[in-house]
Design a protein around this ligand. Structure first.
Ligand SMILES: [Ca+2]
Ligand SMILES: [Ca+2]
Ligand SMILES: [Ca+2]
Length: 155
């Protein structure tokens, strides 16, 4: 069931370009955790715009206004390693998760870089960000929260 839902998500992502659909069932909660700056468990549109800008600036390490593949992947890896270090999983499970996540990050870069010039511009980042926001806001109230039903099967 889990494999099938992941496969379905990958197919959906490939056909729609919705990067968020690639993540498995905990995608919504991860989204909230990463974007919820004021800690109220919900992400408003304003909060999302502000957070995306912070994310872009943090990822654009050389401050040239574009995210290279290296910048994107290494920023993601830094966050992933922090999460893995805090996770209560066996080392083997963590390695499995690391490989899976890094592969997804690489695929995501390709999706985000919609004009395929090898760098993500602020416009490209904002565009895919909105796709993600809309996907997660499944009850369409303009806020991503735990009240939004998740489409993928739960873990
Ligand atoms: Ca850069
Ligand atoms: Ca680009
Ligand atoms: Ca909502």
């Amino acid at each position: 069931m889990k494999t099938r839902s992941i496969l379905a998500a990958v197919i959906l992502a490939a056909s729609t370009g919705a990067t968020a659909a690639m993540a498995a069932s905990h995608a919504r909660d991860t989204f909230i955790k990463e974007q919820d700056q004021n800690g109220d468990g919900a992400v408003s549109k304003e909060e999302f715009v502000a957070t995306r800008q912070i994310q872009f600036d943090r990822t654009d390490a050389d401050r040239n206004g574009a995210m290279s593949r290296e910048e994107y992947v290494s920023e993601f890896k830094a966050r992933l390693e922090k999460n893995l270090a805090a996770a209560a999983q066996t080392p083997a499970k963590k390695e499995e998760e690391r490989i899976r996540q890094m592969r997804q990050a690489d695929v995501r870069f390709g999706v985000l870089d919609s004009d395929k010039n090898g760098a993500i511009t602020p416009a490209e980042f904002a565009y895919t960000g909105w796709g993600m926001f809309v996907t997660h806001d499944s009850n369409k109230d303009g806020v991503v929260s735990a009240a939004d039903p998740v489409k993928e099967a739960a873990n």
